[in-house]
Design a protein around this ligand. Structure first.
Ligand code: ADP
Length: 449
């Protein structure tokens, strides 16, 4: 087992990793930017190292600084959390070269899954159904027109290096394509430093469904069921749940088996998430794989009883999957609301000082957060304030628990998404599981009218 781990992240996920390390008896090192000096991850880690100014490019994304902190404190491993350096293959390589275990898949796998067009090809070759689309990167407008004609409109232009819902453009007809193609390439270049884009059939009313997987370093992979993440704004998730109300046991079994087989073939290890879109007739297609722990991992933890972070750490030491998780039995239903510091109507971020912070509790409620009264949500990073998770024996019970927990979660001083999430929990379509990725558009219009 590792002796000491450095956590190359901040906020709730840094605390979540500290929790896991404490339970495993592993010492922890926090790294922090100047803006996070008074953060809880700094307080609760055994050691803490300042790695630079507020801007993430100079601190949390600064590979030499993170590696120096790891060397000075003499850690065995680095947990990258999500975002920041978590899917950075170069970082994973530098860790390896410095004899520090990167808690995640190998650099080669990070590279493969980081290039979404390559991930599509690999998954298709391994027998997983993928969204119909171009055969890889589309080099120019002429090729884009030809590919779109073959795929048939509407299509979506996507950045191969994309993430966070950025670098996507929906195109409904041939005359819109050249403009959208150019804009998507520019956006991709600006946001990710590479202009490469590919095309996919645009699925009109999809549900977003993803499988949680764990793999060991001995070739074994398993899945821990699915999460439904269709409640999104700007292609970003706001509410997630497990299991999905749209997936029947047979489909889960069949698709789950295909995912496991494909990832064993590819040689995946550590935690990961395989994302799919389900169209209106129930067909399901791969869109991408996230080769890291996901924000919404707690809903899977609640229904399977598996601690995904502890599992990730143990798998990174070379332990076998069978010894780490055994055969988990899924039970009940869990929902997560991402409580963001943002205006609940316009989604404009709302950084600032929290004056009152009262978290709910009671049966079935879990809150993952690094926020507290008199704490500051800095403008430099993502706007996540807390993750509120409700577990129940049934979906109806988890909704009821989420409703009362949202009523009793008091945050003052900043605007949050709570008012919107309260409305969603009271919505009949949501209660009946009738929704797709456009649910929030409809909701915003109907609640405004
Ligand atoms: P990112 O890596 O930026 O999160 P994804 O490929 O995971 O991008 O897609 C994010 C979201 O964008 C999906 O959950 C879905 O709402 C929408 N989306 C992506 N591809 C398609 C598609 N082919 N058709 C319809 N919606 C899509």
């Amino acid at each position: 087992m590792f002796r000491k781990i450095l956590i190359a992240n901040r906020g709730e996920i840094a605390l979540r990793v500290i929790d896991a390390c404490k339970e495993l008896g592993i010492a922890t090192v926090a790294v922090y930017s100047e803006a996070d000096r008074n953060s809880l991850h700094v307080r609760f880690a055994d050691e803490a190292v300042c790695i630079g100014p507020a801007k993430s490019s100079e601190s949390y994304l600064n590979i030499p600084q993170v590696i120096s902190a790891a060397e000075i404190t003499n850690v065995d491993a680095i947990h990258p959390g999500y975002g920041f350096l978590s899917e950075n293959a170069n970082f994973a390589e530098v860790c390896e070269a410095s004899h520090i275990t990167f808690i995640g898949p190998s650099p080669d796998l990070l590279r493969m899954m980081g290039e979404k067009d390559q991930a599509r090809r690999e998954m298709a070759a391994a027998g997983v159904p993928v969204v119909p689309g171009s055969q890889g990167i589309v080099p120019d407008e002429t090729a884009a027109l030809a590919e779109a004609g073959r795929i048939k409109y509407p299509v979506i232009v996507k950045a191969s290096a994309g993430g966070g819902g950025r670098g996507m453009r929906v195109v409904r007809s041939e005359d819109e394509l050249p403009g959208a193609f150019g804009t998507a390439r520019n956006e991709a270049q600006q946001a990710f430093g590479v202009p490469d884009v590919y095309l996919e059939k645009f699925i009109e009313r999809p549900r977003h469904i993803e499988f949680q997987v764990l793999g060991d370093k001995h070739g074994k992979v398993m899945h821990l069921g699915e999460r439904e993440c269709s409640i999104q704004r700007r292609h970003q998730k706001l509410i997630e749940e497990s299991p999905s109300p749209a997936m029947d046991p047979r489909q889960r079994k069949e698709l789950g088996a295909r995912v496991v087989e494909a990832l064993e073939q590819i040689g995946y290890s550590s935690a990961g998430t395989v994302e799919f879109l389900m169209d209106e007739d129930g067909s399901i297609y791969f869109i991408e794989m996230n080769a890291r722990i996901q924000v919404e991992h707690p809903v899977t933890e609640m229904v399977t009883g598996v601690d995904l972070i502890k599992s990730q750490i143990r798998l990174a030491t070379g332990e076998k999957l069978a010894d780490v998780v055994g055969k988990p039995v899924t039970r009940g239903h869990a929902i997560e609301c991402r409580i963001n510091a943002e205006d609940p109507e316009t989604f404009v971020p709302s950084a600032g000082r929290i004056t009152v912070f009262r978290t709910p509790g009671g049966p079935g409620i879990r809150v993952d957060t690094a926020a507290h009264a008199d704490g500051v949500i800095p403008p430099y990073y993502d706007s996540l304030v807390a993750k509120l998770i409700a577990f129940g024996d049934t979906r109806a019970e988890s909704i009821a628990r989420m409703r009362r927990a949202l009523e009793m979660f008091v945050i003052e001083g900043i605007k949050t998404s709570i008012p919107l999430q309260r409305k969603i929990m009271a919505d009949v379509d949501f209660a009946e599981g009738r929704f797709d990725t456009h649910f929030l558009d409809r909701f915003a219009t109907s609640s405004a009218g």
